[in-house]
Write a protein that binds this ligand. Structure first.
Ligand code: TXE
Length: 482
C-alpha cells in the first residue's frame, strides 16, 4: 500500500522530519504501510492552513455548508466497500461489521448533520423594549482527536458538525488506524473541497495530539479516547480555557431483570457484550442478572457465546475478528489472569494460549470471547476498563442491589436494562448514573440525542443540537429600536 501522508492545505505531505511509523494488520501481524511521525512543527503548518482558510469558510452560508456535507456523504456512500475493506484491514474487525456499522455510519454522520442544519435557528428574546438575538458563530480552528476502535465512524461524527458550524479543522486519528482518515482526505481532494478547511496530521499521541491540545490558536477540542489520556488532555487545555468535549472510557453494566424473556433478548445481550471484540466504549462489560434466573441465563449466555464465529476478519462468516494489536491482546489477557487471581472462574474463553482461535495466524491478535463469574462487583476486573472481549457475570437479589452494583464504578457512560416490562425498565434506568441507558436494546442510535458520559467517562455531550452548540460560540446581541 502507498505510504500514508499528512493532509495539509489540500496537499499530501510527509512529516517535516521525514520520520515515519508503521501500521500493522492485526489479523496477520504484517505491516500494511507507513504513516508520518509528525511533530509540533507539522501541527503548526496544519494550523496555519486552517487559520488561513477560516475566514472564507466561516463566510459561507449554512446552506452552502449543508450542500458540501451532502456531497461528502454521497462520495463516502459510493466508496463504502473500499472504506469497509480498509477499516477491517486496519483494525482487525470483521468485514461484515465494517460493512454494517463503520462505513454506513460515516455516511450517516454527514447526511444527518447536512439535514440537521435546517433545525438550526437563532433564538430571540424580546423584553424591556429590546430584542435579544442569540447569534451563533464558528469557534474558529478546532482540534479533533480520535481513537482506534471505530476510526472513521468517530472521526466523521466530529468533522460533520464542526464543518456545518463553519469551523476549520486539524484532526489526528489514532496512529494505529490511519487508513480511512487518509481515504477521506482523498475523497475531499476529488471533490475539490476548499483547501485548508480540513487538515490531517498523523503521529503519536504525546507528540502530535499533545501539540494540537497545546496550540494557542486551536480554540476548541473534541477528544475521544481513554480516560487516562483524557486527564492529560484536560490538564493541558484547562488553563488555556479552550472549549473541550471529552468522550472517554466506560465499564458499562448490562442488567437482566427477573422477567426478561431470555430467548428473545439473548442475541442483543451477547451483541452488547462482544461487538467489535468488546472494543466499543458502549459495550456491556459487566452482566448483572437477577439471582432467580441466573443459572438459566448463564447456560444460555455461554452457549450463545460458544457459537460466535471467531476468525479471519476478511471472511464473510466471521462475527469476531481480532483486538487492535498484540500489545492490547496482552493487556486483555492480563485481565483474564487478574480475574482468576481475584477468585473468578472462566466459564468460556481465556487467553490465546489456553483457548486458541483455530485457523488463524499465530501473529494475529485473536482472543475468544471470555466470561468470568464469581467475582465481587468491586473487584478490579469488574471495575477497571478492559476494552476487550471479556465480561464478568454477577447476580443480584433486588433492583436496588442491581442499581448499587451498576453505579459502583468510576465510570458513567452507558448501560442496558432487559425486562418484559418497558415501563419498569424506564423507571429502573432513571436510577443509573450514566449518560446513556438502553432498555431492551443496545447501540440503538438516534443521532439527534445527546451522547456522552459522566464521572470518568467524560465531560460534555455530542449529537444533534449538542454538537451544534459545542462547535459554535454564542453572542447575545440586544437591539433596541431608536
Ligand atoms: O485511546 P487513547 P485509544 C475509549 C475507550 C478506550 C480508548 C481506546 O474506552 O479506553 O478510547 O482508544 C491520542 N495528548 N473510547 O487506545 O490512547 C491517541 O494518539 C493528546 C471512548 O486510542 O486515549 C489517539 O489518537 N492526544 C469513546 C487518541 O488520543 C493523545 C469511544 C485516543 O488514544 C495523547 C471509543 C496526548 N497526550 C473509545 N495520548 C467514547 N466514550 O465515546 C494519546 N493521544
Amino acid at each position: 500500500m502507498e505510504p500514508i501522508l499528512n493532509y495539509i492545505n489540500g496537499a499530501f505531505l510527509p512529516s517535516t522530519s521525514g520520520l515515519t511509523l508503521e501500521t500493522v494488520n492485526p489479523a496477520t501481524g504484517q505491516p500494511i504501510t507507513t504513516l508520518p511521525r509528525s511533530s509540533a512543527e507539522d501541527v503548526g503548518l496544519a494550523t496555519k492552513a486552517a487559520l488561513k482558510a477560516a475566514p472564507t469558510w466561516a463566510n459561507t452560508t449554512m446552506e452552502e455548508r449543508m450542500v458540501w456535507l451532502h456531497r461528502i456523504a454521497d462520495a463516502l456512500e459510493e466508496e463504502a466497500e473500499t472504506i469497509a475493506q480498509l477499516e477491517s484491514m486496519d483494525t482487525g474487525k470483521p468485514i461484515s461489521l465494517a460493512r454494517s456499522v463503520d462505513a454506513p455510519r460515516s455516511v450517516s454522520n454527514f447526511r444527518f448533520f447536512a439535514e440537521f442544519g435546517r433545525e438550526h435557528v437563532e433564538p430571540t428574546f424580546a423584553d424591556h423594549g429590546a430584542v435579544n438575538h442569540v447569534h451563533r458563530s464558528p469557534i474558529g480552528c478546532v482540534g479533533l482527536i480520535t481513537p482506534w476502535n471505530l476510526p472513521l465512524y468517530l472521526l466523521t461524527w466530529k468533522i460533520a458538525p464542526a464543518l456545518l458550524m463553519g469551523n476549520t479543522i486539524v484532526a489526528k486519528p489514532s496512529e494505529l488506524t490511519p487508513m480511512t482518515a487518509n481515504h477521506l482526505a482523498k475523497i475531499l481532494t476529488k471533490l475539490n473541497f476548499p483547501k485548508g478547511v480540513f487538515n490531517l496530521v498523523h503521529g503519536l499521541g504525546p507528540e502530535v495530539g499533545q501539540a494540537i491540545v497545546e496550540h494557542p490558536e486551536i480554540r476548541g477540542l473534541s477528544f475521544t479516547g481513554g480516560t487516562a489520556t483524557g486527564k492529560i488532555v484536560a490538564a493541558t487545555a484547562a488553563p488555556m480555557f479552550k472549549k473541550l468535549s471529552l468522550e472517554l472510557g466506560g465499564k458499562n453494566a448490562t442488567i437482566v431483570l427477573d422477567d426478561a424473556p431470555l430467548e428473545e433478548m439473548m442475541d442483543g445481550i451477547v451483541r452488547a457484550s462482544f461487538t467489535n471484540s468488546g472494543q466499543v466504549c458502549l459495550c456491556g462489560s459487566r452482566v448483572l442478572v437477577d439471582a432467580s434466573i441466573y443459572d438459566r441465563f448463564k447456560s444460555m449466555f455461554v452457549e450463545a457465546i460458544n457459537n460466535i464465529v471467531v476468525g479471519d476478519p476478511s471472511l464473510e462468516e466471521t462475527v469476531m475478528g481480532t483486538v487492535i494489536s498484540k500489545d492490547h491482546q496482552a493487556k486483555v489477557e492480563s485481565y483474564i489472569e487478574l480475574g482468576q487471581d481475584e477468585g473468578g472462574v472462566v466459564l468460556t474463553g481465556g487467553s490465546a494460549a489456553t483457548c486458541p482461535v483455530k485457523g488463524v495466524a499465530a501473529e494475529g491478535a485473536f482472543l475468544r470471547p471470555t466470561v468470568i463469574e464469581g467475582l465481587s462487583h468491586t473487584a478490579r476486573t469488574a471495575t477497571e476498563e478492559i476494552f476487550g472481549p471479556v465480561v464478568t457475570l454477577h447476580s443480584f437479589n433486588s433492583e436496588q442491589e442491581a442499581l448499587d452494583m451498576a453505579n459502583a464504578t468510576d465510570y458513567g457512560l452507558a448501560g442496558s436494562v432487559w425486562t418484559a416490562d418497558a415501563k419498569r425498565g424506564y423507571a429502573f434506568a432513571q436510577g443509573m448514573d450514566t449518560g446513556i441507558v438502553w432498555v431492551n436494546t443496545w447501540l440503538n442510535r438516534d443521532l439527534r440525542t445527546p451522547f456522552g458520559g459522566v464521572k470518568q467517562s467524560g465531560v460534555g455531550r455530542e449529537g444533534g443540537a449538542w454538537s451544534l452548540n459545542f462547535f459554535s460560540e454564542l453572542t447575545n446581541i440586544c437591539v433596541k429600536q431608536p
